[in-house]
Design a protein around this ligand. Structure first.
Ligand code: CMP
Length: 357
């Protein structure tokens, strides 16, 4: 405990605290290791914890994969989402094997309430980080003007296509991945980390990807789309009204909190009749539903809601799990404007929600 206290004492915002305060905080920390190259948190995800680096180093990167900073032992990251309630502002990955202390949001809130000086110290460090990044960005902007807006590049000889695709997804790429292989040129389009289109000869997306999986060499270039300020604002404003109809209070609460923290307005209902009442009252843009209810199944719920002409095109997302029968899954798949998510992975769900808005 004493040793941990010594490390904590040197973390910038804890420096001014006394022994008792340090012990109080130390009790709330959990230990977690990350192997080199693993992603610790992804840009755009909701954040419910922050990290203090004990040993090793992490990299902080922007949506286009650009590294903004490295954070090493005795420093911390992941505090911004906790302070602002906004999604993660950057992707943080372990640059080497890294040991951390994790501080969950609940404990973080308790600590901040007890020691308000910490939030002032954190704001100072946040401003300092911002200033350093601004300096890097303006230097890069000068270079981009002369070099043109192309991003990371390489050869499939050194990095397999699966790794390149994972990189585009992890960094929420909006833009294109272009690959030149012998006489072919493939262009893969991404929207916020979602693969939206593949252009290669006259092949379908699936055929093209299958073919490319066999390419053992080929120059690739990732080209992030440079957005105007207005485009950035309108993209960021892609939020909507979502009705969650789910029997589980826990699922309703998780979705309410996480989708709410991404700026969506979330209404909830636990069954069909509550759902109809919420639909009439709130006019949502889409419904996220469970597939089994006491009075009727998800397929019937969707059909009955869409019988009303005001809601005939209402998009639906169904959250399913392993207990769904193959027949029911097949039936859900026949419904138009319907997405099926086979887990409660909120970041995946959030991407689908955005694509429907
Ligand atoms: P959060 O937004 O919760 O998750 C990503 C974290 O990366 C963020 O908190 C900060 O701790 C850290 N971070 C984001 N931008 C920078 C930056 N420009 N320099 C250093 N750290 C950053």
């Amino acid at each position: 405990m004493i040793q941990i206290g010594e490390i904590i004492k040197n973390v910038p915002f804890f420096r001014s605290l006394g022994r008792d305060s340090i012990d109080f905080i130390t009790e709330k920390l959990k230990y977690k290791q990350f192997p080199a190259n693993s992603v610790i948190c992804k840009i755009g995800d909701p954040g419910d914890r922050m990290y203090i680096v004990l040993s090793g180093k992490v990299s902080v990167s922007a949506a286009n994969g650009e590294i903004l900073a490295f954070i090493g032992s005795g420093n911390y990251f992941g505090e911004m989402a906790l302070l602002t309630g906004e999604p993660r502002s950057a992707t943080v990955s372990a640059a080497s094997d890294t040991e951390t202390f994790v501080l969950e949001k609940e404990a973080f809130d308790v600590i901040l309430e007890k020691y308000p000086s910490i939030s002032i110290a954190m704001s100072k460090i946040m401003s300092q980080r911002l200033r350093e990044t601004n300096a890097v960005v303006s230097e890069k902007a000068k270079q981009i003007k002369t070099a043109g807006p192309s991003g990371p590049s390489g050869n499939l000889r050194d990095k397999h296509l699966t790794e390149v695709l994972a990189f585009c997804e992890e960094n929420s790429l909006t833009g294109t991945l272009e690959i030149k292989h012998e006489g072919d040129k493939a262009v893969i389009t991404y929207d916020k980390g979602n693969l939206s289109q593949v252009n290669l000869r006259d092949l379908t997306d699936d055929q093209a990807i299958d073919l490319m999986m066999g390419w053992n060499e080929g120059e690739f270039t990732i080209k992030p789309k440079i957005m105007t300020f207005e485009e950035e604002v309108s993209q960021a404003a892609r939020t909507g009204k979502i009705l969650v109809i789910n029997q589980s209070l826990v699922v309703r609460k998780i979705l309410e909190r996480n989708l709410g923290s991404l700026g969506h307005t979330v209404f909830t209902a636990s069954d069909f009749s509550q759902g109809i009442a919420a639909l009439q009252k709130n006019q949502p843009d889409m419904i996220i539903a469970d597939f089994k209810f006491q009075e009727l199944n998800g397929y019937e719920l969707c059909r009955q809601i869409r019988e009303n002409s005001a809601w005939e095109n209402m998009p639906f997302i169904f959250i399913t799990d392993s207990t769904i029968s193959g027949d029911m899954l097949a039936k859900l798949k026949t419904l138009p404007a319907t997405q099926i998510v086979d887990s409660e992975d909120v970041s995946h769900l959030a991407k689908i929600v955005e694509s429907l808005l």
